[in-house]
Design a binder for this molecule. Sequence first.
Ligand code: SF4
Length: 329
Amino acid sequence: MTDGFKVGYPQALLYYKYFPLWETFFNRLGVEVVLSGPTNKALLNLGTVEAENELCLPVKVFYGHLLALADKVDAIFIPRMVSVEKSAYTCPKFMGLPDMARATETRLPPIMDPTINWKLGWRQYVKTIIELGSQFTDNKAKILGAYHAGVQSLHQYQDKIRAGATPIDIIESKEAPRAGVADLRIGLAGHPYNIYDKYISMNLIKRLREMGTDVVTAEMIPHSELEKESQTLPKHLFWTFEREVVGTVFHWSRRNSVDGIIYVLAFPCGPDSLIQSLLEHEMRRERSTVPMMSLVIDEHSAEGGFLTRIEAFVDMLSRKKKLAGRVAN
Ligand code: SF4
């Protein structure tokens, strides 16, 4: 089945987290992976027309990527992401993605939707991987070898991010800017699909760098640190990716390791709006001196207003830092 077989991979949602794993896995099994390409206006419009109006922006974007792959591939890979760790779940949208895709009015190629559910333990996970790979070979050792190679690719990708590159730098094969040379350090919090998608984030990382700031993100912090920080909440958060946002913001604010935090959230995201209020409350309670600005993005976000807010925030951080320097001298 592998001869010339093409699997489509939507360049949206968890693409920024797991793409190297799945690309290597499929390639090792002789399958070509076709990406939908970066988000642009046409893709967003496609997705917005196809998706239910109440859905969040990242899922609308996902629909656009899905439709872009419709007539280019033999199958589309949309794992049903239920849980990526034993103690928590992902957002319900990730669990329903394959069903939402099948319900589109556009005719799509078959959907490959392995269920990723770490709550069922590693034995079930291995079974899922073997089932997925069995569509291309009967050789179990080859399937497990392909998966192992995929995990190594993912670790290399994560190592590069921890060393200061963003997924965008890696995807575009660009050198990451040297850290620590800018006057200001900004922590960019939020889901990877909101902050690394250049179109929907209006190129936020590049703009911040052009304003002379160092940009750091959650993926640059060891995962164990994020876990430790988020566990200080009185109640366990059962959404994995929201826990990461909380851990990230706590990590920066409690160490004063950034000059300011920009939290990018999508409209209308239930988990994000809850986390936003929680973070504001906790930072006030802890008397954090790190300013945090929330930026809500949706399909109607206007570049002018967005830019003005970022410039004003960076300007305020810069004046605050200068003032603190004068007081200290
Ligand atoms: S966490 Fe929010 S933004 Fe992400 S898929 Fe779920 S609802 Fe959408």
